[in-house]
Design a protein around this ligand. Structure first.
Ligand code: CDP
Ligand code: MG
Length: 140
C-alpha cells in the first residue's frame, strides 16, 4: 500500500475533555503523521455541509448540532494505508462495538458523541481535506 492521506476530526466531546493530545498520540503510535491541523468552531450550517451525505438519516440534525456545539480539531493524517489505518485506530462507530485500545473504546461517550471522524475512502478523503485546508496548509 502506498502513502495515503486521510481527513480526521477530533470532535467536540473530546476537545471538551481535553483529549486532543491523547488521541494524537494514538495516531502517531500507529505511524500516522499529522501533516495539517487546526482547532476551529463550526457553525451548524458548516457541519451540515460536511455531513451532507447523511442528510436523510434520522440522526442528521442532532449530529450537526453536536458538531457545532464546541471546538473541533480538523486534521490531515498521512501514512501507509492511512484511511484504513486511521479507521482501525478509531474503532467502530458505536463505542459498545469498538475493539479495546481504540480511540472510541477508550474515549467515546455514545454512538453520536464518539470523539473522532475519519474518512472512509480516497474520494471522500480528498473532498473532506479540500473543505478544511488549502494545499499550502498541508506540510508533510
Ligand atoms: O463516523 P463513522 O464513519 O464511523 O460513522 P458514519 O456512519 O459515517 O456516521 C457519521 C457519524 O454520525 C458518526 O460518527 C456518529 O457521530 C453519528 N451517528 C449517530 O449519531 N447515530 C448513528 N446511529 C450513526 C452515526
Ligand atoms: Mg463515516
Amino acid at each position: 500500500m502506498a502513502i495515503q492521506r486521510t481527513f480526521s476530526i477530533i470532535k467536540p466531546d473530546a476537545t471538551a475533555r481535553n483529549l486532543t493530545g491523547k488521541i494524537n498520540a494514538k495516531f502517531e503510535e500507529a505511524g500516522l503523521r499529522i501533516v495539517a491541523q487546526k482547532r476551529i468552531h463550526l457553525t451548524k450550517a458548516q457541519a451540515g455541509v460536511f455531513y451532507a451525505v447523511h442528510a436523510e438519516r434520522p440522526f442528521y440534525d442532532e449530529l450537526c448540532e453536536f458538531m457545532a456545539s464546541g471546538p473541533i480539531v480538523a486534521q490531515v493524517l498521512e501514512g501507509e494505508d492511512a484511511i484504513a489505518t486511521n479507521r482501525a485506530v478509531m474503532g467502530a462507530t458505536n463505542p459498545a462495538d469498538a475493539a479495546p485500545g481504540t480511540v472510541r473504546a477508550e474515549f467515546a461517550q455514545s454512538v453520536g458523541e464518539n470523539s473522532v471522524h475519519g474518512s472512509d475512502a480516497p474520494e471522500t478523503a480528498a473532498v473532506e481535506i479540500a473543505y478544511f485546508f488549502s494545499g499550502l496548509e498541508l506540510v508533510g
